[in-house]
Design a protein around this ligand. Structure first.
Ligand code: F3S
Length: 111
């Protein structure tokens, strides 16, 4: 089992999840963070840190978010580790109100 970052993170990147993670399992792309399933120790402490509730246990994903399991694993292998939190993206508050944001992920085009 692992935890998975889902669609709500897209174009927000609050990064509160990063500082609480004890094992540095988060990787950062331009508009999204992912969890490396090989590093995640399933502690779950990041879940309540995310202001937009983007993180779920793999076995407890909301309907329609299953594609993010594969996406987290694949992009974690491509993107660098993020070790420290930083400011959210400039329009994070606006994007936090948007539920369908996966079209902004290049890696998900056509998925
Ligand atoms: Fe994304 Fe939430 Fe972390 S918006 S960067 S999963 S705190």
């Amino acid at each position: 089992m692992t935890y998975v970052v889902t669609e709500a993170c897209v174009r927000c990147k609050y990064t509160d999840c990063v500082d609480i993670c004890p094992v540095e399992c988060f990787h950062e792309g331009p508009e999204f963070l992912v969890i490396n399933p090989d590093i995640c120790i399933d502690c779950g402490v990041c879940v309540s840190e995310c202001p937009v509730s983007a993180i779920y246990a793999q076995d407890d994903l909301p309907a329609g978010q299953e594609v993010f399991i594969e996406l987290n694993a694949r992009l974690a292998a491509q993107w660098p580790v993020i070790a420290e939190a930083h400011e959210p993206l400039a329009d994070a508050e606006t994007w936090a109100q948007v539920s369908e944001k996966r079209q902004y992920l290049d890696a998900l085009q056509g998925a």
